[in-house]
Design a protein around this ligand. Structure first.
Ligand code: 5AD
Length: 336
């Protein structure tokens, strides 16, 4: 494939969606096959020390009940997910320093020790570098840290006190630690341009991310962005599709935000526009309701996951679903 330029991406974003979806679907088939990989999510804490303007977990939001699951509860739930044959457990929380390095390392170690066949994915936000190293040593395999917005000015506006530069530095460090790394962005953020979105795709490409989570902006009533419009469905699907076309074998999940924006068929449309992963939510009912990143967040459970895969005429995979990128040193690798 020739090097794609920002200008070309913008032109494609202005063009016909169907052609892009069709091309993305064929690229997905060629590089990822028909299998859909399953990741079981545990949203184990909604405490957060950040102030991201779009997110309902931001620390200024006094209108949610904050919770922290106990280590024992998290481990039991992870074991239950593994017993159902799901081979990736994703531990997600706000940026919560209520669990220190040692506590989290213990949780990771115990889950991995009881279920050596599974991958543990972390999505815990920004932490000191030594934490990432300790979590890897404890048995974590992957780390999801969306870059959120590739325009540094937009990033700074939306994330008071934080910079895109630091976010990228962390992603690069995680790669160095040999994590499989997930980046990704929100589509339809207030003030975002098509050029910014082209840069999102190019950043995912440049980082050579193993995964990328891409979903629409959904307003949250307790945030400063509560009155801004929802991200556009077609545009979100186009970004997903172009990310597939440009990055070829990156794992691309259909996101809960996509299902929330279009409850009827958002997920099926996503799978037909290049996605190859679904992440059903296993967070216990009482807690899940408090994990209101955005309003109306729907629940993707295992039943729905199966229905969606069937509807999209794809195959459910119970494999671990590691990165499809070649990890071997170039000389020893038969894939090039
Ligand atoms: N709309 C869409 N996505 C959001 N996220 C947080 N708040 C919102 C929102 N209002 C996304 C962020 C974060 C992920 C867990 O959820 O990209 O990384």
């Amino acid at each position: 494939m020739h090097t794609i330029f920002r200008k070309e991406i913008i032109e494609l974003l202005n063009g016909d969606a169907r052609e892009i979806f069709k091309k993305a679907d064929s690229v997905r088939k060629k590089f990822c096959g028909d299998k859909i990989y399953i990741r079981g999510i545990i949203e184990f804490s909604n405490h957060c020390c950040r102030s991201c303007l779009y997110c309902g977990l931001r620390r200024e939001n006094k209108n949610i009940l904050r919770y922290r699951m106990l280590p024992g509860q998290i481990i039991t739930l992870a074991n239950q997910i593994a017993q159902q044959g799901i081979k990736t457990v994703l531990l997600q929380s706000g940026d919560d320093f209520g669990y220190n390095r040692k506590a989290l390392s213990n949780i990771i170690y115990k889950i991995k020790n009881a279920n050596p066949e599974i991958a543990i994915t972390l999505s815990l936000g920004e932490r000191p570098f030594d934490d990432y190293k300790a979590f890897k040593d404890a048995g974590a395999d992957r780390y999801l840290l969306r870059h959120e917005a590739a325009n540094p000015k937009l990033y700074a506006r939306l994330h008071p006190g934080n910079t895109l530069k630091r976010r990228i530095k962390i992603l690069e460090y995680l790669k160095k630690l040999d994590y499989q790394v997930g980046a990704g962005n929100i589509v339809g953020l207030p003030g975002q341009t098509l050029g910014d979105l082209a840069d999102d795709i190019l950043l995912i490409k440049r980082l050579d991310a193993d995964m990328a989570g891409i979903g629409p902006f959904i307003p949250q009533s307790e945030t400063p962005l509560k009155n801004f419009p929802f991200g556009n469905l077609d545009l979100t699907l186009k970004i997903l599709a172009l990310t597939r076309i440009i990055t070829e074998n990156t794992h691309l999940p259909v996101t809960t935000a996509l299902a929330t924006l279009s409850p009827e068929d958002g997920l099926v449309m996503g799978l037909k526009a290049g996605a190859n992963v679904i992440m059903p939510d296993f967070t216990p009912e009482g807690y899940r309701k408090q994990y209101q990143i955005y309003d109306g967040k729907v629940r993707i459970n295992l039943k729905r996951t199966g229905d969606v895969i069937l509807k999209a005429k794809r195959k459910i995979s119970l494999e671990k679903g590691d990165s499809l990128k070649c990890k071997k040193p170039q000389k020893a690798c038969a894939c090039i």
